[in-house]
Ligand binder design. Structure first.
Ligand code: NAD
Length: 453
């Protein structure tokens, strides 16, 4: 099968490389000539485990890169649109890139080819693509398929190769045979393929992401409640998640969800629902709860650092919105850094993959040790293994004050106690460091952390 992928970002590049690895002949197209030049040399512009090897294995054989959509589209059996659909100010999905791609591609499609929308797009977009295509000079006859992508950054290749399901939306009487053929290996392994209307496929993606975000917002709220009443969230989560109706995915407390998808997709869902005359109260609550959570992070750090932040030096460990990616889009770490700066804090950052933001008063460090040396507190923002495996006692020795704020709950409280640090996490008791000569707190070392106002 000859496939062209338009847009070589996190989704387009992974999809293109995986499809080439399945044995298809793939050309990945991007409007950024710098990106295409890099990719053609085998350099990968993003951090995604396994991607470099996958591209290297297929590059120049059945995986090629180009900036020229029309030339490549002409011979393709199937063209995948994987361009960005960011949020505009009012929350509406910005479809400028998508329609630009449609206009570039459609006139050059060969008759009977399949055009696949993999970008996340609002319900009704396939219909609008059809209308736009009809206005173009001599539009060919093509099959229009909505095939939302559910991969996660950080485990994108595994997710693409082992999806829970493949969702295919198409018009009545249109055959999705070509797209079935590109996923033949997965279907042969028993991956379920669910066929529906284009509209249902479009909505299915937004509804899924909003639901996952809802789980995160819910467990975060429960963590706050645990803090208020002195209960350990880990026990509550364990007791809940073993119930198969609930499960453990997207169910760990954290600093608030980020990334390129959740916030923008909830906003777009709310926007399209509003256009349809509906107020989605649950979706709105999830969005609001998450943004309040992110706004409350600096306050939590202030409490941990003894009340005031002005003049302090704080290490922010992790910039990416999650581990195993360098993606900082909508990352809670960026909110925290901005808030710390506005409170007069000098910030030192370290992330194993993401590049530090170029901001006054923010020093990007090249190692964990460099970042924490001489600081008044270290804040763990991303659940990288490197942070999970750090030696807390050694960390404490490098810091001016041995205070760790862990927004990912990476350590058992017993480890923090043994390391002799003050350790604040989410939904759990605070472990307090007792400087020599001071008496311990009643009933040991723990106190609940008050819920932020
Ligand atoms: P991205 O911003 O990483 O990449 C988009 C790419 O498209 C960029 O390289 C850009 O240069 C290119 N592009 C834009 N217009 C183009 C055009 N007309 N011709 C050629 N190239 C063009 O985006 P992404 O994170 O890969 O997301 C793409 C889509 O997939 C979005 O709709 C997103 O919501 C959805 N999605 C993303 C993820 C994820 O984890 N990132 C997961 C599932 C779905």
């Amino acid at each position: 099968m000859r496939i062209v992928v338009i847009g070589t970002g996190y989704v387009g590049l992974v999809s293109g490389a995986c499809l080439a690895d399945f044995g298809h002949e793939v050309v990945c197209v991007d409007q950024s000539s710098a990106k295409i030049a890099e990719l053609s040399r085998g350099q990968i512009p993003i951090h995604e485990p396994g991607l470099e090897g996958l591209v290297a294995r297929n590059l120049g054989r059945n995986l090629n890169f180009s900036t020229d959509a029309p030339a490549n589209v002409a011979g393709a059996d199937l063209v995948i649109l994987a361009v960005g659909t960011p949020s505009s100010e009012d929350g509406k999905a910005e479809l400028g890139h998508l329609f630009q791609a449609v206009e570039e591609v459609v006139p050059h499609l060969r008759g009977g080819a399949t055009l696949v929308v993999k970008s996340t797009v609002p319900v009704g977009t396939a219909r609008r693509i059809r209308q736009r295509a009809a206005q173009l000079p001599c539009p060919p006859r093509f099959v229009l398929v909505s095939n939302p992508e559910f991969l996660r950054e950080g485990s994108a290749i595994r997710d693409f190769n082992e999806p829970d399901r493949i969702v295919i939306g198409h018009g009545e009487g249109e055959s999705p045979a070509t797209i079935r053929a590109i996923y033949a290996q997965l279907l042969a392994r028993g991956v379920p393929l669910v066929e529906m209307s284009n509209e249902a496929a479009e909505l299915c993606k937004y509804a899924s992401n909003t639901f996952l975000a809802l789980r995160v917002a819910y467990v975060n709220e429960m963590a706050d409640f645990c803090e208020a009443v002195g209960v350990d969230i880990a026990s509550v989560v364990q007791g809940m998640a073993l119930d198969r109706r609930i499960g453990h995915h997207y169910f760990q407390p954290g600093p608030g969800f980020g990334g390129s998808c959740f916030s923008k997709d909830i906003s777009a869902l709310l926007y399209t629902a509003h256009e349809a005359g509906l107020d989605l109260r649950i979706g709105s609550a999830v969005k609001q709860a998450n943004s309040l959570r992110k706004q409350g992070l600096a306050k939590r750090v202030a409490r941990a650092a003894g009340g005031t932040l002005k003049g302090k030096s704080i290490a922010v460990l992790g910039l990416a919105f999650k581990a195993n990616t360098d993606d900082m889009r909508d990352s809670a770490a960026l909110n925290l850094i901005a808030d710390l700066r506005s409170r007069g804090v000098t910030v030192r950052t370290y992330d194993p993959a993401a590049r530090p933001p170029a901001l006054a008063g923010v020093t990007g460090c090249s190692s964990l040790a460099e970042a924490i040396t001489g600081t008044d507190a270290a804040v763990i923002m991303t659940e990288w293994d490197e942070f999970r495996s750090m030696d807390l006692a050694a960390v404490a020795k490098l810091m001016r004050k041995p205070v760790v704020v862990d927004f990912r709950n990476l350590f058992p409280l017993s480890k923090a106690k043994a390391a002799g640090i003050t350790y604040h996490s989410l939904g759990r008791a605070t472990v307090r460091h007792q400087p020599e000569g001071q008496t311990a707190l009643p009933q040991g070392e723990s106190l609940p952390l008050p819920v932020p106002a």
